[in-house]
Design a protein around this ligand. Structure first.
Ligand code: FEO
Length: 402
């Protein structure tokens, strides 16, 4: 029997020494229903190297795993690929304990870590393409600015062909298994897509450029080791292809109908819109926002061609759940969507206009002015909603066929 929190050997000289956060369900507003991991890696080269750390409360788990391989004071080099707190939270404490000879981050990483910790950490900036010898191993740094923070970078371990990719290609998934091929495909597909939608979607044009660069570099890659979730061993071509597809966000015939309701009038309208979408040959996904998480809606948008929003008017405003998700979705910058709005009202009816305005700000192409119904929809009003669904479906089919 081993001991608590042992390291996991993933390659000749590399160990996973991260932490498993089984309990987290809210990651800065992203619903992490399967928990997460904070991956850190120990390279047992001539110069023993630690790549990234973990969220502060998990420092003990990190240090215990390191200690299962080597005395942490033997670590010579610490590298920060990404300064966000889930990877750097315990960096100052680790540095104080380990006292490494060398600490590296990207140029922007040095600045970001300085503004996080105000600790005067002696960090050396490395440039894009710079190599670092660890004696019998060598690393190359690749800047990946704005993927997804200004400081983000990849580190490539040449002799063992491992790409340490920080957040890229990651997912929020707590598991005892460390490799992708030990986990069911449907879980990998779902969680990697949700991660892309919520973390990387705003930077899709940069993802496309990065993938082209990685292809051009033609690096042999045996493992892709992200900072969250499993290490890619078998599914590397698949996750690269998925990223290329998600970054393109090509329109499909899937239409997301996201709504909230006060007295079920807007809910009835949503169902009628969905009926029209089906009749017109599109695939509706109806998302009741009061009981759905914004990050699950983002995931639904990732491979959709249309976003149709429904809100009642309450005190001359849209319903607050719509304001929440639209603030969030606007920031995620989804591409290539058409859309429309609908909603019930009592006497003023501003909500549909506000939704239209927000859809336009999100560069969603409106297919109509929308449907407004006073109080409770009758059959005529529901048929109008159904016709809206058919109109969107026709538009999607034409776009996809083009
Ligand atoms: Fe996993 Fe951007 O931190």
């Amino acid at each position: 029997m081993g001991k608590l929190f042992e390291a996991v050997k993933i390659s000749d000289s590399v160990y996973w020494v991260g932490a498993i956060d089984w309990a987290i369900r809210d990651f800065h507003g992203y619903s992490t229903n399967r928990g997460s991991t904070y991956n850190a890696y120990l390279i047992m080269a001539d110069k023993i190297t630690l790549l990234d750390t973990v969220k502060a409360p998990f420092k003990h788990e990190l240090m215990t795993r390191i200690s299962s391989v080597v005395d942490p004071s033997e670590i010579s080099v610490v590298i920060s690929n990404h300064s966000e707190m889930d990877h750097s939270g315990c960096l100052p404490d680790v540095i104080a304990e380990v006292r490494p000879d060398e600490i590296y981050a990207s140029t922007m990483g040095v600045k970001a870590l300085g503004k996080h910790f105000h600790a005067g950490l002696p960090i050396t900036a490395v440039k894009d393409g710079e190599r670092l010898s660890l004696g019998n191993r060598s690393l190359t740094f690749l800047e990946t600015r704005m993927l997804h923070w200004p400081d983000s970078m990849f580190t490539y371990l040449e002799e063992e062909q491992i790409l340490f990719a920080q957040d890229a290609f990651g997912m929020h998934l707590a598991s005892a298994e460390r490799f992708d091929d030990e986990i069911e495909d449907h879980i990998l597909d779902y969680e990697s897509a949700k991660y892309y939608a919520n973390i990387l979607m705003p930077f899709s044009p940069l993802v496309t450029k990065l993938l082209a660069r990685v292809k051009e570099l033609d690096l042999p890659i045996r493992l892709v080791a992200p900072d969250h979730g499993p290490i890619w061993r078998t599914g590397i071509p698949k996750i690269l292809e998925s990223y290329a597809r998600w970054a393109r966000q090509e329109p499909t015939t899937k239409a997301v109908v996201a709504y909230d309701t006060m007295w079920q009038s807007t809910a009835k309208m949503a169902v009628a819109v969905a009926d029209g979408l089906t009749a017109g040959g599109a695939t509706p996904r109806v998302v009741p926002l009061r009981s759905s998480h914004r990050s699950d809606l983002a995931m639904e948008i990732l491979d959709a061609g249309a976003l149709i929003l429904g809100s009642p008017t309450i005190n001359q405003q849209m319903f607050p759940t719509l304001a929440d998700v639209l603030t969030y979705l606007k920031g995620l910058k989804p591409l290539n969507l058409v859309g429309a709005a609908f909603g019930s009202y009592g006497w003023s009816g501003e909500a549909v206009g506000y939704l239209n305005d927000l859809l336009k700000q999100m560069k969603v192409e409106l297919v109509s002015d929308g449907v407004k119904v006073q109080y409770v929809p009758d059959d005529n009003a529901l048929n109008e909603c159904r016709a809206l669904g058919v109109l969107v479906a026709d538009r999607l089919k034409r776009t996809v066929a083009a």
